[in-house]
Design a binder for this molecule. Sequence first.
Ligand code: NAD
Ligand code: RBV
Length: 497
Amino acid sequence: MKYKVKDIKLADLGRKLIETEEPEMPGLMQTRTKYGPKKPLKGARIMGSLHMTVETAILIETLKELGADVRWASCNIFSTNDAAAAAIAKTGTPVFAWKGETVEEYWWCTKEAMTWPDGKGPDLIVDDGGDATLLIHKGLEAERRLAAVKESKVVKESKGIDSLKCPKDLKDFKDFKDIMGLGDLSAEETALYFTIFTTLKKSPHWFSEAAARVKGVSEETTTGVHRLYQLEAKGELLFPAVNVNDSVTKSKFDNIYGCRESLVDGIKRATDVMLAGKNAFVCGYGDVGKGCAESLRENHCRVRVSEVDPICALQACMAGFDVGTVEDALRWANLFVTTTGNVDIITAEHMAKMRDRTIVCNIGHFDDEIQVARLMSWPGVKRTNIKPQVDKFTFPDGHSIYLLAEGRLVNLGCATGHPGFVMSNSFTNQCLAQMKLWKERASAKPQVVRLPKELDEEVARLHLAACGAKLTKLTKRQADYIGVNVNGPFKPDYYRY
Ligand code: NAD
Ligand code: RBV
């Protein structure tokens, strides 16, 4: 299939949106001018799993300008801008994404974006949250397990599948789950493993061949980076990885200033609520939490935050926020926002005790910060859909809460994500990371690295003119005095910004 988007007729609108946003992304436009003529990504097949927004469309067209052969899927079921997706598909770049995918469709799209017309996989991955990387790692694990089972007696011992010759003769998904020893799976895990099952049924060595081909991944977000370091620590990381999130010009800009703009955008587009005078509770005061708390205060909410880390809690105090627990805020808050990248932050029990008409949303990467599945199956709870991505849940005692984007990233599910200017910083880092991975493909090891500080400073430099900023130049005497080079890097690696 060449592409699958909501409606290809939206391409003209998408193109206008892209052209309007391009001047807001000077880092990407200058990357095209500087590196485009040399085509440093020539020959590279790049698969992307990253929100299919207008900003991402400009990243995709930059990667193409650098010479890459690109295929794309979104990394969230609600985050696609259908017009942007159509505009990219119309140029001949395969896109598999639309707003409002089911989880089954989501994993199908991811695998489709990963499969080139010759049936083989990508050379490089741009990942956001780690799902493309996860598919290859879990797929390879399954392929190996099936091969091992084939060689052992386990097949005979397992229920009713004595004659199984793995994996081509797998009868159904239940056989596969039995062999893999998969117990109760969530809907999301079921969809992931079903995609692995159908892939292996058709092509028993697909994942080992794909894993051998991939030369690297660049990871966009905090949660995806955590997953990569966990794989590396276990010795299971299959290919080199660049941690884009921890470039200073990414996490200290996108995560803070991006969320500072797009959180409130999402809440307002979803609810039209008057924020001034409301009590808002932000769970987590890391980078995202800092941007969220500040924006709610700027909108004249009273803001409290929660933290587990005493350093971040003290930072919140110094910024003038109250620090407390979710439990203590249940009868106080009109709005809860989760920003932790952790699980079970707002439980179904919490929601059962909240004030009437409390708004609950998440801006962290995955939806398990809020116990959405437990909320949906809470005894006697009634769900009323108000409009796409806005649901009212009424509890038996008569109080209701409003859940935005089914607990998925509210800024991308209910609005259009961060603005272009901040994404230009993030995505310029992505381009530099992809060029590094491709250039070093013959020698790089399967480990997680960051981009050098020189490049981080360069990304910032590319965005200064648009803000009308004029840099001061160090004299040689000043540079020697503080122990740096006149042209940078200006800080040691341990500096925290
Ligand atoms: P971070 O590590 O800087 O911040 C998370 C904070 O949550 C930490 O300070 C941690 O101590 C705190 N925390 C953990 N468990 C907690 C708990 N039980 N209660 C209270 N606090 C707790 O990470 P970040 O860069 O701020 O990213 C947070 C999440 O947002 C990640 O999932 C990331 O991928 C995602 N993200 C989303 C967007 C977006 O546009 N929606 C942008 C950037 C990052
Ligand atoms: N994010 N992308 C956008 N407009 O395309 N907005 C936010 C956009 C990214 C951001 O970099 C963050 O790390 C990631 O989404 C979380 O999935």
